[in-house]
Design a protein around this ligand. Structure first.
Ligand code: F6R
Length: 248
């Protein structure tokens, strides 16, 4: 993977937002849709903020943008304040002119019997629309991308997974205790992610420095699923100086 090190998260986020905005503009001119793979969590928040600014102040339209989010807790109702549905609408979609029918976020309310077909259809829809143009990723301290926890493989598709202990601990504050964090999630697979044409993995702060080093410079291994990004030909790790501090 390539790495881009920025003085701070604001500068890194503005860079990623500009890359996304210029692709949308290009595709809009050609009257073609832009497919974006999106992440939740704290990491991409400033990217969404900057895209909202570009929409408001520079008139960028998202009418031709189709989004696919990486993941959702399972089970999880979309109207629950902890849902990734709520997160995405509050931090991004409600503030731009995207058509709600172009927003895709894995459904946390399926019955177990429905999950497999649903996940297959999620991947098929991405492919049938031409594939993700850009995938935005954060990285978990467990080494996950999306919710592809240690043990995930580059052949994995979108599916129902178990969350790892580190991930549950990291979410416990938001949920008011580890016992309230869902133990499962639906996540895009590593394969689904690797099929994106361009990938930006964002990481900020000291807490991510170790896992960033393992993902960028360590062995490609299922122990650190983010390390599989080394297989991708157009993947940039967008880092602040702290997240980059353990790179050689
Ligand atoms: C979120 C996701 C996760 C997060 C990761 C980092 O949709 O897929 O992989 O990107 O857990 O979370 P934050 O950004 O909160 O540190």
């Amino acid at each position: 993977v390539a790495t881009g090190v920025f003085d701070n998260r604001d500068e890194g986020s503005v860079y990623v937002a500009q890359q996304i905005a210029s692709l949308i503009k290009e595709k809009n001119k050609l009257n073609k849709p832009t497919l974006l793979g999106l992440a939740t969590g704290s990491t991409p928040l400033l990217v969404y903020k900057e895209l909202i600014r570009i929409h408001r102040e520079e008139g960028l339209t998202f009418k031709n943008v189709i989004t696919f989010n990486l993941d959702e807790y399972f089970p999880m109702a979309p109207e629950d304040s902890h849902s990734y549905h709520m997160f995405m609408w509050e931090s991004f979609f409600a503030h731009i002119d995207i058509d709600s029918s172009n927003v895709h976020i894995p459904k946390g309310t399926l019955s177990l019997q429905e999950v497999e077909a649903y996940c297959l259809a999620y991947d098929s829809k991405i492919q049938s629309l031409g594939g993700l143009d850009i995938q935005v990723l954060g990285i978990g301290r467990s080494g996950h991308i999306g919710f592809n926890e240690p043990g995930s493989l580059p052949t994995d598709r979108t599916r129902l997974v178990n969350l790892n202990r580190i991930t549950i601990d990291d979410a416990s504050q938001d949920f008011g205790g580890a016992e309230n964090v869902p133990t499962k999630a639906i996540t895009m697979g590593v394969k689904t992610i690797l099929q994106a044409k361009r990938i930006f993995l964002l990481a900020w702060g000291n807490g991510k420095a170790d896992v960033v080093r393992q993902a960028a410079e360590g062995a490609m291994t299922a122990d650190v699923p983010a390390s599989f990004l080394q297989q991708h030909s157009d993947c940039l790790f967008v880092l602040d100086t702290m997240a980059a501090s353990r790179l050689s």
